[in-house]
Design a protein around this ligand. Sequence first.
Ligand code: FEO
Length: 400
Amino acid sequence: MHNIQHITPDLVYVGASDRRTALFENVYPIPRGVSYNSYLLLDEKTALLDTADAAVASQFLENVAAALAGRQLDYLIVNHMEPDHAATLADVLLRYPQATLVCTAKAAQMMEQFFGSNISAHQLITVKEGDTLALGRHTLAFAMAPMVHWPEVMVTYDTTDHILFSADAFGTFGALSGNLYADELNFAGEWLNDARRYFINIVGKYGVQVQALLKKAAALDIKMICPLHGPVWRENIEWFVAKHDLWSRYEPEDKAVVIIYGSIYGHTEAAALRLGTLLAGRGVRNIKAYDASRTHASKLVAECFRASHIVLASSTYNNGIFTPMENLLADLKAHCWQNRTVALIENGTWAPQSGKLMRAELEQMKDIRILGDALTLKSALRAEQEEALQALADEIAKSL
Ligand code: FEO
């Protein structure tokens, strides 16, 4: 049975949601699932905007057939060639061989890499910035969005109904349950954390390119955003755009403290949590603490982007940084994390090193302000160190 939804009389949602895949891109946990969105425009000509992941292939293909209702497919517009949107491209062309592919030259090249020359030799129009495609009542305009999230990405703007098909931009993790629009959901309460985790981990590295896309989008009259993941935006668009603006400028979203500890037997953890209590005593609210060994790095990275102040507490391990903390720092560096205030706690029973090593990693990132020296524990926090911990809490609270 199909599961299609009309967005307008001639625009149909033909995507599908996936609650079975455990790891998106085989790396990011998606306990709330994910949707792979695809849209069909039914004009004098018909145009399908992107396809879907192999995980939802049968539902997606059934949806396309139902929405076409016997009509032929004239265009298959490929905004993004990543397999979560393009894995079923060959299946669509098998069913609708008369469809003409519309994509960037780079996407055509990737098509050949993924599918071989059978598909790339299909009738295909390559488009560039500002090119248009007339479907009848609707005229589509294409805008390049390189590195949001791959180099071949473009977005498509329906100049007639003022709808932006934004590819990965403005997407989120989270499966859809029937409500297609963000304004029908408790987005700020139930979706924002996943939207941030999606954005930061998928395109957080490409802030400059996201800013370029936001600038292009600002010049358009946008009444609706149809992304490739998550709900469609038709209300409060500026609120969600403002979040992306902050994230892509590497500005903290909240003046807040996040404590992340890598602790082998719990002594580093105890010191980190004591610091949390001392911060609370200084009026700091909404403190969050995470065990780096038990929290997925994608969540930690997203939290480091959200908050202005981060405490990193780590044991020394193999004469280096404790592995989960070492991995987190590598992940933060890979995502161009910057412009934050950090306090450090190190621990080591015979040769504490992790503070010096964490500092060296942080110094390779841009605009990371480290508060004072690392507080050094030798195995465990001693009573006489309370004063030093109080001083660190003072410094963090003062700089908030
Ligand atoms: Fe949702 Fe970059 O693919």
